[in-house]
Write a protein that binds this ligand. Structure first.
Ligand code: CTP
Length: 398
């Protein structure tokens, strides 16, 4: 596929070098179109060497090929990363005062903007109005990640990590000229991911094998479909999904607080996290020593069942609640019993053990519905299962 990688003048331009590499290694032909000021951050030679293509910011180079028209016309995807406040403003206004904005006007393929700027600039009504305009016209504008910005300050405005941007690009390309289908725009969703850790002392905990991959795929898919996503993440070592607001927790009790705080606003909740059913009755302030008088007893107390609590309370009318069940043995029978016991609307049942589910990129599941429906999802990428879940959720929300 032919991709135009637009780069505007933000410090995050350095991350786009890695994105460029990932795109070319995935077999795409990438033409980098920086703005004039972007070249102050990363020079022409770097882009040219990494892409193997000529690089210019000007409409006056190679005029005989009419690049300001041809590049946009022949692209399968235009991906602007980072997109600064100024670039978003110029794109929203329909200006064409450099090669990149001219490409944006001539492109008939999907266009994705990955904004990166300081929080104040992102939140300014002018920027938000420009983002709304671009989205109305069918462009995808990814929500910036939250975290450390150029200086010591933190907040929304970071460019998502290159591997996450690659996933967005792949998703748009896979879906063809329609780009991303924003069928979940205007929806707020809450997703949990990972596995809780219940501390015994400052160095030890009771935990589980959940990597968070499935929950992250679910959050990523909802963000790609236009939803506002809160991702409550327990002990996950993955890049934040592009467009999701990530709340980090450690234990089941912290997860409960985070979930209940966000659930009142959520149209749908997907509880993909593996939550510990028990925690140590007490957490020792100092390290438990081997050379004590006797083997210290490990007393456990039960954790709240967050999914059951949510399903009983129903904090928002019409909310769709989805649980997960990782099972061994008679997986379906266990799943049906769990669906009834939890009281949620959908339960994604998958088999664990023997290399299945935990820590892998693939998953295989059956989604059971409280109304009797049963949707088998054959073995495939966790991203596919994520989309099936959102299809089932959105059909219930409508
Ligand atoms: N869950 C929860 N709170 C808990 C335990 C589980 O919200 N304390 C949620 C999980 O996020 C998942 C679902 O409940 O969506 C099922 O988790 P699972 O561990 O399979 O269920 P349990 O109720 O713990 O049942 P069991 O361990 O007996 O199979």
């Amino acid at each position: 596929m032919r991709i135009v990688l637009g780069v505007s003048a933000g410090i995050a331009a350095y991350k786009s070098c890695e994105l460029l590499r990932l795109l070319t290694e995935s077999g795409h032909r990438v033409r980098v179109v920086p703005t004039h000021d972007a070249l102050r951050f990363v020079g022409e030679a770097t882009w040219a060497a990494l892409s193997g293509e000529p690089v210019t910011a000007s409409v006056w180079d190679g005029v005989q090929c009419v690049p300001h028209v041809r590049l946009g016309q022949t692209a399968d995807l235009v991906f602007v990363a980072p997109a600064t406040a100024d670039l978003l403003a110029r794109a929203a206004a329909g200006r064409s005062d450099d090669l990149l904005t001219a490409v944006l006007l001539t492109a008939r393929c999907p266009v994705v903007f990955a904004p990166a700027m300081h929080t104040e600039m992102w939140q300014h009504p002018a920027t938000q109005a420009n983002v709304a305009t671009l989205r109305e016209r069918g462009s995808v504008v990814i929500e910036p990640a939250v975290g450390r910005l150029t200086g010591p300050d933190t907040g929304p405005g970071r460019l998502p990590e290159p591997a996450e941007l690659l996933r967005v690009a792949q998703r748009v390309l896979a879906r063809g000229a329609g780009g991303l289908d924003p069928d979940m725009s205007g929806r707020r969703v809450l997703v949990t991911a990972g596995g809780t850790r219940e501390e015994l002392d400052p160095v030890r905990f009771i935990g589980n094998w959940s990597s968070g991959r499935q929950g992250y795929a679910i959050a990523r898919a909802a963000a790609a479909r236009g939803a506002k996503v809160t991702l409550v993440s327990a002990n996950v070592a993955l890049d934040d999904p592009a467009g999701a607001q990530v709340v980090r927790v450690t234990s089941a009790l912290e997860m409960r607080d985070a979930v209940l705080a966000a659930a009142a606003e959520a149209d749908a909740v997907v509880m993909a996290a593996a939550v510990a059913d028990y925690r140590p009755e007490t957490r020792s302030e100092s390290k438990i020593k081997k050379a004590g008088p006797a083997l210290p007893p490990l007393r456990l107390v039960q954790n709240p069942d967050i999914l059951h609590e949510l399903s009983t309370r129903r904090p928002r009318p019409g909310q769709v609640i989805v649980g997960f069940a990782a099972e061994t043995g008679d997986v379906l029978a266990n799943g049906r019993a769990k669906l009834a016991a939890k009281g949620c609307d959908l339960l994604v049942v998958n088999q664990v053990g023997g290399g299945l589910a935990f820590g892998t990129d693939d998953n295989e599941a059956v989604v059971l519905a409280a109304d009797g429906g049963e949707t088998p999802v054959p073995r495939g990428p966790k991203d596919n299962l994520a989309d099936v879940i959102w299809d089932l959720v959105t059909s219930r929300l409508d």
